[in-house]
Design a protein around this ligand. Structure first.
Ligand SMILES: Cc1ncc(C[n+]2csc(CCOP(=O)(O)OP(=O)(O)O)c2C)c(N)n1
Length: 393
């Protein structure tokens, strides 16, 4: 009995609630870049693949740095940085097969990268000139979702659709598909996420719930979201939950790949808690120094997801300074292309919005579009401008 006399001491049953370094944490690459084995999960790719991961990590961090700079210079309305979460995103993103589908939040820039989405499309969204210019069907990467946790339901619904399409458990590796729903630690307190867990569980939906526990939901710490480790919640819903070192790209890859495979085979959902840290601000509108201490960030810098891969590559003679310089110059080129492309993005026409409601515009919408066009042209006739704003100038 616990001190309160109300029942078993949960602390003893589950261990410390928010200690990421316990035996429960699945890790294959230490912060020092040493490979370690895990009894259940192994990394089965070669060193060339790890070099590829390094490139993904560096380039996605550069996309992020450039976007933050563009926002600071007034070229983006806002930016949600992924700094510190690159490994969680690259590991899970690279574990997907072409036919799998991802439902992101607003921070999954490295997953977008892995899906082949041009980062310029991400900038267009945050610049406010479009609603995300990528093709969610062709790229198999959904639109960014700001409504916290809503995409967990979308992911589950899509996964149930895959079941009905008969593309689960056929044994054909090019056909069987699964879904990943991304969300943060704060989102686990949302009704939508908990509802998604129930639907996914009882319908055995082929979905991986991929939670990046970055320790903070804006200014709310993880201790205010859960009294037990998040991954242990899955058991109560009836499916497995795992905690992986989210700063370890090898472990994140291995765990996500296993969870996706389980889903594709028809064995149902898995909850993956990627234990990581948001090293930057929540968004460019946030000042984290108001609510967290510098020492915390300093501790997490020692677990940097990129440095450990670099340490591994160097330590094992897989890559040298020439390789790192090559990737740096590729990052420079990417950043320059994004900057130029961002500044050249055209402002949308007020009429464009009608084209983006349905895949095929309805007759009713076409009528409304024509009426709106006529309304806009009335300003031109009266004032020599085709917009109300222009007419006021
Ligand atoms: C339904 C809903 N409620 C509140 C918000 C405001 N909001 C934006 S981000 C955020 C915190 C989300 O934290 P978390 O799920 O941990 O994800 P993170 O941003 O840390 O990646 C909140 C509450 C929102 N966007 N949607």
């Amino acid at each position: 009995m616990s001190d309160s006399g109300l029942g078993p001491d949960l602390g003893k049953v589950f261990g410390p609630a928010h200690e990421g370094e316990g035996t429960e944490l699945i890790q294959l690459l230490t912060p020092e870049g040493e490979r370690v084995e895990h009894p259940e999960f192994s990394f089965d790719l070669d060193d060339e693949a790890i070099k590829g991961f390094y490139r993904d990590l560096v380039l996605s961090r550069r996309i992020d740095t450039e976007a933050t700079a563009l926002q600071r210079q007034g070229e983006l309305g806002i930016w949600a940085s992924l700094l510190g979460q690159e490994a969680a995103q690259v590991g899970s993103g690279r574990a997907m097969r072409d036919q799998d589908y991802a439902f992101p939040t607003y921070r999954e820039h490295a997953v977008a990268w892995c899906r082949g989405v041009d980062p310029l499309h991400l900038l267009g969204l945050f610049r406010g000139v479009d609603q995300g210019g990528w093709d969610p069907i062709a790229d198999r990467f959904g639109l960014y979702t700001i409504v916290i946790g809503a995409q967990a339901l979308h992911a589950t619904g899509y996964a149930m659709g895959l079941q009905r399409d008969g593309v689960i458990g056929t044994g054909d590796p090019d056909r069987d598909a699964a879904v990943i729903g991304y969300f943060g630690d704060g989102a686990t307190s949302q009704g939508d996420v908990n509802e998604a867990f129930i639907w996914a569980s009882v319908f055995n939906a082929p979905v991986v719930f991929f939670c990046q526990n970055n320790q903070w939901a804006i200014s709310e710490p993880i201790e205010r979201q859960s009294k037990i480790p998040l991954y242990q919640r899955a058991l109560g819903f009836g499916f497995p939950g795992l905690r992986v070192d989210g700063n370890d790209v090898l472990a994140t890859y291995a765990v996500t790949q296993a969870a996706l495979q389980r889903a594709r085979e028809g064995s149902g959902p898995t909850f993956v808690e990627a234990y990581t840290y948001r090293m930057g601000a929540h968004t460019t509108s946030d000042d984290p120094t108001k609510y967290r201490v510098t020492e915390e960030l300093e501790q997490w810098k020692l677990k940097d997801p990129i440095e450990r891969v670099k340490a591994y590559l160097s330590r094992n003679g897989v890559a040298d300074d020439d390789y790192y310089a090559e990737i740096e110059s590729e990052a420079d080129e990417l950043a320059a292309r994004l900057r130029k492309g961002c500044l050249e993005l055209p402002d949308p026409s007020p009429l464009d919005i009608f084209d983006q409601v349905y895949a095929e515009t309805t007759e009713e919408l076409k009528t409304q579009q024509a009426q709106f066009a006529e309304y806009l042209s009335s300003f031109e006739a009266a004032h020599g401008s085709d917009t109300p704003e222009g007419a006021l100038r």
